[in-house]
Design a protein around this ligand. Structure first.
Ligand code: NDP
Length: 310
């Protein structure tokens, strides 16, 4: 419906538009479903809904131009998803920014970076920060937030061209024979905060390079996910001698802060204080290969799959 109608209804009062699929609007606790419409009905009562009534009618008036909210949340690798708990969806308040950002910097990985960096180690200006997995969905955001905080930031990633993202410096961990020595080169005064995305050999190399009282955010350990037997960590005793604090953290504990985060991050994006690199492949069929790229190090930036543009 384009506008409320007076007199004889004409075709021009209506238009066919393409919109993003709206979220289910069902009360909390009830079950929602998504249906695919095969036939739709034309009924006389619809004309009544196209008139604006001052007093409530037996059925609500249509709202001209009404479309659903854009949302993000845990859906599936599919074109339509049944959402049984619509309260788990988040409304997208900044559709003027690229919608794909809601899979990354404005969604779960962005909140992971934000909460994991600000809440866990409580960073201070001038501190030395090291980020592994620095070009990824989470890592590139952590590095930029650390720069905004006034920290000195070094990242590591798997290809030379991946390794900058506006940090003070970065290195390709695959090219370093001795990771521990590489870190000593980049952090002669020690690492105050290590944002851990990788684990394994990298964690082992980081521990001796931490400064006294340093903090490690245990966000993820991707180097271990495909191993049948996790690697051991030789240098764990440095946690004692260097009085380190290593803290595990999960983004699921921070969703109550999402909208505050969204506002702040959208502001940074609009002011161009942060940017975001994405690696977008097209079509659901490419999703399995795209997921594998995360573990072979092929992706640059946030890996995602465009399923439908409208
Ligand atoms: P990324 O976008 O960083 O993708 C994964 C990247 O990890 C790859 O591109 C690859 O980059 C690197 N990688 C893969 N295998 C290895 C390896 N064996 N050794 C070193 N690097 C490797 O992923 P995300 O940013 O989404 O996630 C980063 C980390 O954060 C993961 O560990 C993930 O599990 C964790 N995470 C934790 C959350 C929490 O709440 N705690 C929430 C979300 C994510 P490269 O070319 O550099 O090797």
């Amino acid at each position: 419906l384009k506008r409320y109608v007076t007199g004889l209804l004409s075709e021009d009062d209506m238009e066919v538009v393409t919109v993003e699929a709206p979220p289910l609007d069902v009360p909390t606790g009830s079950k929602g479903v998504v249906v695919k419409n095969l036939y739709v009905s034309c009924d006389p009562y619809m004309r009544n809904r196209m008139t604006h009534h001052e007093l409530p009618s037996y059925i609500p008036d249509f709202v001209p131009g009404e479309a659903g909210d854009l949302v993000w949340g845990m859906t599936g690798w599919e074109e339509y998803t049944v959402i049984n708990n619509p309260e788990s969806l988040f409304k997208i308040n900044h559709p003027e920014l690229p919608l794909s950002y809601y899979t990354g910097i404005l969604g779960m990985p962005g909140l992971t970076a934000y909460a994991g960096f600000f809440d866990v180690p409580k960073p201070k200006k001038g501190e030395y920060v090291f980020i592994s997995g620095a070009s990824g969905a989470v890592g590139q955001v952590v590095g930029q937030l650390a720069k905004i905080t006034g920290c000195y930031v070094i990242g590591s990633a798997g290809y030379d061209e991946k390794s900058k993202f506006g940090f003070d410096d970065a290195f390709n961990y695959k090219k370093e024979q001795d990771l521990e020595a590489a870190l000593r080169r980049y952090f002669p005064e020690g690492i105050d905060i290590y944002y851990e995305n990788v684990g394994g050999k990298m964690l082992d190399a980081v521990l001796p390079n931490m400064s006294l009282g340093g903090r490690i955010v245990a966000c993820g350990m991707i180097s271990q996910y495909n191993l049948e037997q996790p690697e051991g960590v030789r240098n764990l005793y440095y946690i004692v001698t260097k009085r380190l604090r290593m803290e595990g953290f999960h983004v699921f504990d921070y969703y109550d802060r999402y909208y505050r985060f969204e506002e702040e991050m959208a502001g940074y994006l609009k002011e161009e204080k942060v940017s975001y690199v994405e690696d977008v492949v097209e079509g659901l069929d490419t999703a399995p290969a795209a997921l594998i790229r995360l573990f072979t190090g092929r992706s640059v930036g946030k890996q995602l799959v465009a399923v439908a543009r409208e």
